[in-house]
Design a protein around this ligand. Sequence first.
Ligand SMILES: Nc1nc2c(ncn2[C@@H]2O[C@H](COP(=O)(O)OP(=O)(O)OP(=O)(O)O)[C@@H](O)[C@H]2O)c(=O)[nH]1
Length: 527
Amino acid sequence: MLETALPQESLESVSRQEGAAASTVERRSANQGYNVVPLFKTTLKETFLKAVLIANHERMLPAMKCSSEGQVSAGFQSEKQSFENNNSVTDLENVEEKILNDEIKKDKDTVILMSPKAPVVKLKEVFTIVDSKKEVGRWAWLSHYEVSLKPNGRNLGVRTTALAGCGDLQDNEGKILLCTQKSSNVQPAGYQASQVDWPEERDSFGAAILTAREKKTAATTSVNYKKLHWNRYDGGVGDGECPSGSAVQVGGDIDCELDYEEEDEDLEEGEIPHWKNPKGELKGRRPHPPSRHCWLKGGELGLDILLDQAQIMDEEDLQPRDAAQPCYNEEQLQKTILVGDSGVGKTSLLVQFDQGKFIPGSFSATVGIGFTNKVVTVDGVKVKLQIWDTAGQERFRSVTHAYYRDAEALLLLYDITNRASFDNIRAWLTEIGEYAQKDVVIMLLGNKCDMNHERAVRSEEGENLAKEYGVPFMETSAKTGMNVDVAFLAAAKELKQRAGRHPDQPTFQIHEYIEAQKKKSSCCSFH
Ligand SMILES: Nc1nc2c(ncn2[C@@H]2O[C@H](COP(=O)(O)OP(=O)(O)OP(=O)(O)O)[C@@H](O)[C@H]2O)c(=O)[nH]1
């Protein structure tokens, strides 16, 4: 296990052992800007990760030095120190150039590569550098950045400090390592393993995704929350072969054996836990406790985080953890079908919804079936409706039946000026029961409500029939557009809710929604 307390003797003994590197070793307590972690003659990767771990403990930034002998020391600095250090690299973009131009003196033993505010979008470039510039063997880099997480446009209000590294000095093998740490103000969110389309690349998830793309694996994320202060996110990559959601934690508190005591239970709300070292001394703020997921348990020093060694997490751990909205797959097509007698206004309703227009007196019966795709935005989420317009005429019935099965929502129309079209609704509902999916979303619509003077069906009759079948009801007008959008939006809302609902989340009440919308609208006067 990593010695987190960093006893002075071990620093000194390392100084003695490391020879040339000894001159660079300073005591952690010394206020000279750089603090060296024991090296144990490991690879750069391990060194880097130690730096990350220690810096994490110390609430500092990790840093690295390359000595003229090619030895690497890893340490930590305060942000202030890193800014003050002339050798700090604050722009990852130019790292490669600087190395090649010898601006970063890789042959001097005081090189510290650190990028306190490097945007993570540069990770891709760095990744490329690491992989392709093998001749540039003697360097390492780190980055540190703070970001807001906005997965799928939802601002979680999270600030995360993230780190990235490194090129391997030993074997020129490029590796990218990412981790997150010091999350704060985290609002709980669900696990979103399949949703990798993060609009913001400036976050650790984005970084994970970039990495995953390079590795042709699935990017994954998870949130682990315990108490407000220890909420944290991990961006990772899953092995393409693993079941969806399997993940590897990249960095962060990878050493799950961090020595801390479980004291949370005694804490007051908002109180910051402290870490006690093995002697029982308080050592300032306690490091993050091991992730509840504890993805990476194996491996020497817990450093076994090569991206191609993703470990499969327990199914249980992959479940959404709390009430936040799980992701809705915006690519999903929601099949919605319009049915009802010929001439009730199905095509007109669709045209009104799609194009916002009505062409009066242009009745030409639909032949067979056709569809229109329409994207609606529901609560900031895009729902793709594929709306099938069916022919109401009896002779096309056998064709349209085939489409019922795939329908997720079904808008059943009658014409309020046509009694027979209303009387046929029961027959339509029987057909629907026979051919459609059991849980299809059904809405009953009394169309042409602008023609109140020719009304043949009272509004209450429609209400009562809908109640009898337990479906929502509203009157619409394809001519004026009254309630047309509301009807489709209600269907979209219900479909979206069903697809992305967490079991603990309240269901969207389509009936209540429609009632509320009806009260708002001043449509047709109902008699
Ligand atoms: N006043 C009024 N007329 C409408 C309304 N909706 C449709 N119509 C008219 O009713 C007639 C039939 O409309 P369509 O939309 O073609 O009916 P449909 O249900 O698609 O008919 P099929 O394709 O045979 O199933 C057309 O002349 C439309 O202009 C409406 O809300 N108000």
